[in-house]
Write a new protein. Structure first.
Length: 413
């Protein structure tokens, strides 16, 4: 009952000094809003990168690349090895690597595309039908590459949505002719839009897929493969799968280390976690300092409030108020200041996160959108810290007010 009465009395005292109360809460509002805004922004940055990782097939995917250049004696040199990846390696990995779920050639080249509707540059990917399963990517119309395309070296082409839009407009591309570096292909499918990703073309939608066998005979002039795309049975098995692949390739290529195994998706996930943590830590420290400054401001105001209301304290004690009643009244004033400031700070934090997201999309990303991830963890932390700040800031002045002798308090003018 005393706490309810203390809250009521404290609330009336705050309403009686609206301007001072608002200025006192400003530090708490900025600090709370800063914590919530920066943590939400950091979570959004992490989510944005992880969504790109998902487009690449998730963290269970990895690559084996034949290195054309190697660093030796502090200098970059052309790889002297005569060993290359081959289609036989795909079969060996499928047979001898139990931790590998899928494997496919994935050779990229920049090409010029031409149709009657125009021309453009795009990224050609020479691969098999397994590529679509690893990337978890569906065809919007038509189909993706299939085994007969690879086995019979067909001139089938599957295009990204950006290629379809730029070269065919409103015409259905399936069944249409597409010239690639002056070679005629038939479009058999259009992929769903994916946007960004790991494509050198800048967008996964600006790609065209053809059978690896057709690309080898038509464009490469050999059956050498410079990159394999693999998927482990699970993200937890990725490192084991990489070790198995390394053992098999070394065994069947004379022990030479002419290749590099890496997981771009795993690297991106790790960088996303580091980036998100760095953003939240750096900006969170600044916001935490604002909370500290806000707490000091409340402490100072509460001390001034006690000094200004000594006669009021004396009157309350004279009519029967106990030391506990006086202490609770001033303690509740400090807590109320922080709780109200934290509540306003929640709205300010959401507006801060949205403003940061808008600025990044408008001036840095230029396109797309920033994921809005309101951090309820940061809300809990901020309100808890605000309450504790209010208790700590109000405790000293509350004790000081409670210990004032009634007679001296009544004499005070």
């Amino acid at each position: 009952m005393k706490f309810i009465q203390g809250l009521s009395t404290g609330w009336r005292a705050l309403r009686g000094n609206k301007l001072r109360s608002a200025l006192t809460m400003l530090g708490i509002i900025i600090g709370t809003g800063g914590v919530i805004g920066t943590m939400s922004f950091g979570d959004g940055a992490r989510h944005l990168v992880l969504s790109e990782v998902d487009k690449m097939g998730g963290t269970s995917t990895f690559n084996v690349r034949r290195e054309n250049w190697i660093r030796r004696d502090g200098r970059w040199r052309r790889n002297p090895s005569q060993e290359y990846l081959r289609m036989q390696d795909v079969a060996l990995i499928e047979e001898l690597c139990p931790s590998v779920k899928s494997v496919t050639p994935d050779v990229g080249r920049g090409v010029g595309l031409q149709t009657e509707g125009g021309s453009k540059r795009a990224e050609m990917r020479a691969t098999t039908g397994v590529y679509r399963r690893i990337r978890d990517w569906l065809a919007d119309t038509g189909r993706f590459l299939e085994d007969p395309d690879v086995n019979f070296w067909t001139k089938a082409a599957v295009i990204g949505s950006e290629v379809a839009r730029d070269l065919f407009g409103n015409i259905d591309p399936v069944g249409q002719e597409l010239r690639m570096n002056n070679q005629r292909f038939t479009v058999v499918g259009v992929m769903e839009s994916k946007g960004g990703g790991d494509s050198p073309a800048g967008s996964m939608d600006n790609q065209v897929f053809i059978p690896i066998t057709t690309a080898s005979s038509t464009f490469f002039g050999s059956r050498r493969i410079d990159n394999l795309l693999l998927e482990a049975t699970s993200p937890a098995q990725r490192e084991r799968a990489q070790q198995e692949v390394e053992v098999v390739l070394r065994r069947y290529h004379g022990g030479e280390s002419f290749f590099r195994i890496y997981s771009q998706a795993a690297n991106m996930e790790r960088e996303a976690n580091i980036m998100g943590a760095a953003i939240k830590t750096a900006l969170g420290v600044v916001a935490g300092m604002s909370l500290l400054v806000g707490g000091i401001g409340i402490l100072n105001i509460m001390l001034v409030s006690v000094a200004e209301r000594i006669r009021e304290i004396g009157i309350r004690k004279a009519v029967g108020a106990s030391r506990m009643d006086i202490a609770i009244q001033f303690l509740m004033e400090g807590v109320l200041l922080c709780l109200v400031g934290s509540s306003i700070g929640i709205l300010f934090g959401w507006l801060t996160e949205r403003a940061l997201a808008f600025a990044v999309v408008k001036f840095i990303m230029k396109e797309g959108e920033w994921p809005s991830l309101f951090s309820w963890t940061s809300v809990t932390i901020s309100v808890t810290v605000g309450s504790v700040t209010g208790v700590l800031a109000g405790l000293g002045p509350a004790i000081r007010a409670a210990q004032l002798p009634p007679v001296e308090a009544l004499r005070h003018q």
